[in-house]
Design a binder for this molecule. Sequence first.
Ligand code: IPE
Ligand code: IPE
Ligand code: MG
Length: 246
Amino acid sequence: MLFSKKKNLGIESEDMNKIVADSGITHIAFIMDGNGRWANKRGLPREAGHGVGVKAFKKAVTLCRDWGIKTVTTYAFSTENWKRPPQEVREIMRLLDEYIKEAEDDNEKNHIRYIFLGDKERLGEELKAKCLYLEGLTRDNPLTLNIALNYGGRAELVSAVNSLIAEGKTEISEEDISSRLYTKESPDPDLIVRTGGEVRLSNFLLWQSQYSELYFTDCLWPDFDEMELRRSIIEFSKRKRRYGGV
Ligand code: IPE
Ligand code: IPE
Ligand code: MG
């Protein structure tokens, strides 16, 4: 207890609006990993970890918004996550469905524009329609929340290139590719935070992460709280971004 208090010393009193503004961070992305392990450690089924993970996610989004970060992206379900047991996939989709309904109800007060990154076809007609409806409903809101759902960085690149081929292009630029990605409405992420202790991107934002700062923490996603979020952004604010220059 004493140790964790010491570790947090000063962090809780930092003015995050100022740190966010001074650091220039406009886009933060989360690889929300560790839900299953969080649950297993407590003798609970993996699904329970996803439920608590949604709560942590909502808190993180609210804090980012209040601190002035304009774009948040989160990795909710990858193209590879279909390999999981059917009941786990079903529960993740049910939680998403519930989340979408709440987002609709809270639209007036949240000011969030929702964009789903990924191929919606595999989600089934009902969930796909709900995603499209929420995107349309929130289109004019000022803050963006990208939810990567059935998302894979490679699939995204392949689909971008295929759409350029379909348009008849025989030569393409970096701008052409960027403008066909699911993230075309957003700047590249300044910071990518991965919880859960793994040090990899797992097919997330492969193109967009070119010069993103990466932050890895052992904290399991359901435990990712305000202190953890503050710590990641404060660490980002100390990084020197050179983009290949000096
Ligand atoms: C959440 O964490 C990520 C999702 C795919 C929803 P995991 O479910 O991967 O949790 P761990 O890594 O097995 O602990
Ligand atoms: C990455 O987590 C995907 C999401 C957070 C949705 P995984 O748990 O699927 O990644 P790996 O399998 O450890 O690389
Ligand atoms: Mg995992």
